[in-house]
Design a protein around this ligand. Structure first.
Ligand code: BG6
Length: 474
């Protein structure tokens, strides 16, 4: 075979908290990201370091408006249809379905909103790929229960997913349980709804939340399969290989250790057990995972059907802390790779790194993979109702070439590709609109002001051609 399979799912990806807006409409409750402002302290919120989650005067809360997908979804889906999308990755805002998260009865208006979206997608033959929880929780679950630090969240999540699987049976076939689940250890507020208690050991709190999330994820696989055996349920991790800074064995081992931070999660979700290196590390730290009842069996018997991941770039690490010093204060950063190009938004483009990442995951699990985020950001300029975004095209072209090599030369089983932010959206990291990834320019500025009009960028027409030729015409 020298072509991608005809079933390859081309499309784009978004998340409710970054596009929807309409935060008080349709009976929706407040969500954890609603109260995270733009600004220099945004990461402190995401790290779970801010306990005062009230709205502050004079601050800008971009999730409240997003790109107003809530009112524009028909127009947006029409644009996706025009590009020939086969799949659209989106997430459901939990607080639209259960405004507080702990109710028994779901909010019908919220359920109907997503049903209408799925029906609209169907008109264009677009398959939804639904992230059940993408970086937002009903705020009440954070403030009253402590997010996934609390085991009760597992029950609320089980109830939530049961409602979704039942209601959307036949309309949705592809599901992701939690966005970037491995970020629980780095960004506990966004990934797990956790505000850290300074009085308690940090790692103990993080691993407790991680265990609860992993158990909840396995329950979702079980419930989803029971309700509809046709459901394909995947995990989702933030990927991108760690390279050693040099070929010194200690640097190589350090890179392996960093890669294991991701495998700690995928090993559980794809193999059903915590890996030995992870258990040993926890033993050394004196941390006990809060196993109860049948957690072990649930994890073992409900592994994912496929693995999905975001890939933006690779990372470099040294075993020498002095060399890593530039990482200090910014856990998302990485050493500069002298073999790659310029640093843009803290990343260096590395298309071959995508091929390496795909191979590493496929070698390890032999399960189908799905690239559900990939892209590069830029401060686009709208001129004559379009954007000449050749830089986006160049990035996508090189990464699509790399994924084709992984499939066609290495034999990796890949279900599809959804680029990140197919419509411009609010950046998770900076809260800005001016950090744009998409094929469609949305006229909103960093203050949330603008006409909200949509414009096709040059990359829109390019991607349409890529999809029409199933990745041949790049
Ligand atoms: C991923 C998240 O980590 O990266 C997305 O799943 C996020 O929600 C994306 O938007 C890009 O990061 P940023 O900070 O540029 O929005």
């Amino acid at each position: 075979m020298n072509r991608l399979p005809d079933t390859f799912l081309w499309g784009g990806a978004t998340a409710a908290n970054q596009i929807e807006g309409g935060y008080r409409e349709g009976g929706r409750g407040l969500a954890s990201m609603d109260v995270v402002p733009q600004g220099t302290d945004r990461f402190a919120y995401m790290f779970g370091e801010i306990s005062d989650l009230s709205f502050k005067d004079g601050r800008n809360y971009p999730a409240l408006t997003g790109i107003d997908f809530y009112h524009h979804y028909k127009e947006d889906i029409r644009l996706m249809g025009e590009m020939g999308f086969k799949v659209f990755r989106m997430s459901i805002s939990w607080s639209r379905i259960f405004p507080n998260g702990d109710e028994t009865e779901p909010n019908e208006e919220g359920l109907k909103f997503y049903e209408d979206i799925f029906l609209e997608l169907k008109k264009y033959g677009i398959e939804p790929l639904v992230t059940i929880c993408h970086y937002d929780y009903p705020l009440h679950l954070v403030t009253e229960y402590g997010g996934f630090k609390n085991r009760r969240l597992i029950e609320f999540y089980k109830h939530y997913v049961t409602v979704l699987f039942e209601r959307y049976k036949g309309l949705v076939h592809y599901w992701l349980t939690f966005n970037e689940v491995n970020c629980t250890l780095v960004l506990p507020y966004v990934a797990a709804g956790v505000v850290l208690d300074p009085a308690e050991d940090r790692d103990t709190q993080l691993y407790r939340a991680a265990h609860h999330i992993l158990v909840a994820s396995a329950w979702a696989v079980k419930i989803g399969h029971e309700i509809d055996p046709e459901n394909k349920i995947g995990n989702m991790v933030c990927a991108g290989e760690w390279y050693p800074y040099t070929c010194a064995p200690k640097d190589v081992f350090q890179a392996m250790t960093n890669n294991r931070k991701l495998y700690f999660f995928t090993d559980v979700q794809a193999r059903g057990e915590y890996p030995s290196y992870g258990l040993k590390e926890l033993e050394r730290k004196g941390i006990r995972l809060p196993f109860v009842e049948n957690d072990k069996e649930i994890l073992k018997e409900n592994t994912v059907d496929f693995l999905s991941f975001s890939y933006y770039a690779t990372h470099v690490v040294s075993a020498d802390e002095r060399v890593n010093a530039e990482l200090a204060g910014n856990p998302l950063a990485t050493l500069t790779n002298p073999y790659l190009g310029p640093i843009k938004y803290k990343r260096q483009d590395d298309p071959m790194g995508l091929r390496i990442t795909l191979n590493a995951l496929y070698d390890r699990y032999q399960k189908p993979l799905f690239i559900v985020e990939n892209g590069t950001a830029a401060a686009d300029e709208l001129k004559n109702d379009t954007v000449e975004d050749d830089y986006h095209i160049d990035y996508y072209r090189e990464h699509i070439k790399a994924l084709k090599e992984a499939v066609l030369l290495d034999g990796v089983e890949l279900l599809g590709y959804t680029s990140w932010g197919c419509l411009d959206l609010v950046s998770a990291g900076s809260g800005q609109m001016s950090k744009r990834y998409g094929f469609v320019y949305v006229d909103v500025d960093d203050e949330g002001k603008g006409t909200y009009k949509r414009y096709r960028k040059k990359s829109f027409y390019w991607y349409k051609k890529v999809i029409a030729s199933n990745g041949e015409d790049l």
